[in-house]
Design a protein around this ligand. Structure first.
Ligand SMILES: Cc1cc2nc3c(=O)[nH]c(=O)nc-3n(C[C@H](O)[C@H](O)[C@H](O)COP(=O)(O)O)c2cc1C
Length: 303
């Protein structure tokens, strides 16, 4: 048995596998399938200040080797999360990353402030949402906005702050450096890539929101490239994700520079994917005589 444990920002994970935000709810439904404590951690559904009902349906569509979603941050709001979801998760032996979001810097700050008095282990700040005060451009698509929201959230939280980056940018490394400079303890990437499909019979987009976020196996090479570029640009740890569906994928993303790996869309095709990935990683490391997963982080040998 290889040692799968990793430490990120001083937080111990028993293994590096974490269901990604938005595909695992708060874990309750999955606990019926396997004990949650098999997981290294859980990134909870993106939580905003107030309840959101999300976008109108249809808001999910299949694509070759992937999916599009425009769920639109449907969630019960931070007060419900703190009173009714977080206490349950904190009884489990795993790291809880509270994924938070907002339409303004002030909203993100207020959500983070509310978490300060809880025992949540880490905050994952999703900066892919539109900033309504900047014409709806996503915070994570401009260095100045990414820096500003990180700076203001940093001021109100003593929790390890993981800033989750958007891949819909020209230079992922410039954004990563901007949030590192403002006190992010780690970055996670990638969020979904903006996509669109059209029904040729109705000439309507398949998503009611017209556009949506693309994820799943088709985006994996983009995730590997962005994690690798980011690992070469910042000193803080990286939590990688995007299209991971096997233990081999997880090891590849760690070789690119990720210290831990989140699993998203793969959970929709196989709800047991995270636990299978943990077992597969262990088998691969054993077969290669690697005693600790830490040895592979950033171990790619570029040409
Ligand atoms: C249905 C769905 C809902 C999502 N909701 C969130 C969310 O609330 N917050 C967030 O930061 N990312 C959200 N994501 C993005 C995922 O966490 C992940 O970054 C992305 O899907 C790439 O990983 P994957 O290819 O393994 O799915 C969502 C993704 C999907 C498919």
């Amino acid at each position: 048995m290889a040692d799968l444990s990793v430490k990120i920002c001083g937080v111990d994970f028993k293994n590096p596998i974490i269901p990604a935000s938005g595909v695992f709810g708060y874990g309750r439904e999955y606990e019926e399938l396997f004990p949650l404590n098999k997981l290294g951690g859980i990134a909870t559904k993106g939580t905003t200040l107030h309840l959101r009902t999300g976008n109108p349906a249809p808001r999910i569509a299949e694509t070759p080797s992937g999916m599009l979603n425009s769920v639109g941050l449907q969630n019960p709001g931070i007060d419900h999360f703190i009173s009714s979801e977080l206490p349950y998760l904190l009884t489990k032996d795993l790291v809880v990353l509270a994924n938070i979001a907002g339409s303004t810097v002030e909203e993100c700050v207020e959500v983070a402030e509310k978490l300060e008095s809880t025992d949540v282990h880490m905050i994952e700040l999703n900066i892919s949402c539109p900033n309504v005060k900047q014409g709806g451009a996503a915070f994570g698509t401009r260095c100045d906005m990414a820096a500003e929201v990180t700076r203001q959230v940093r001021k109100v939280t003593s929790k390890p702050l993981v800033v989750k980056l958007s891949p819909n940018v020209t230079s992922i490394t410039e954004i990563a450096k901007a949030v590192e400079a403002e006190g992010a303890d780690a970055v996670s990437l990638i969020n979904t890539l903006l996509g669109m499909r059209i029904d040729i019979n109705t000439r309507r987009p398949v998503l009611r929101n017209n556009v949506g976020g693309m994820s799943g196996p088709a985006v994996f090479p983009i995730a590997v490239r962005m994690v690798w570029q980011t690992a070469n640009a910042v000193k803080i740890p990286i939590i990688g994700m995007g299209g991971v569906s096997s233990g081999k994928d997880a090891i590849e993303l760690m070789m690119a520079g990720a210290s831990a790996v989140q699993v998203g869309a793969a959970i929709f095709t196989d709800p047991f994917a995270p636990v299978k990935i943990i077992d597969e990683m262990n088998d691969i490391l054993d077969s290669k005589g690697i005693s600790s997963v830490g040895e592979i982080i950033g171990s790619v040998q570029p040409w």
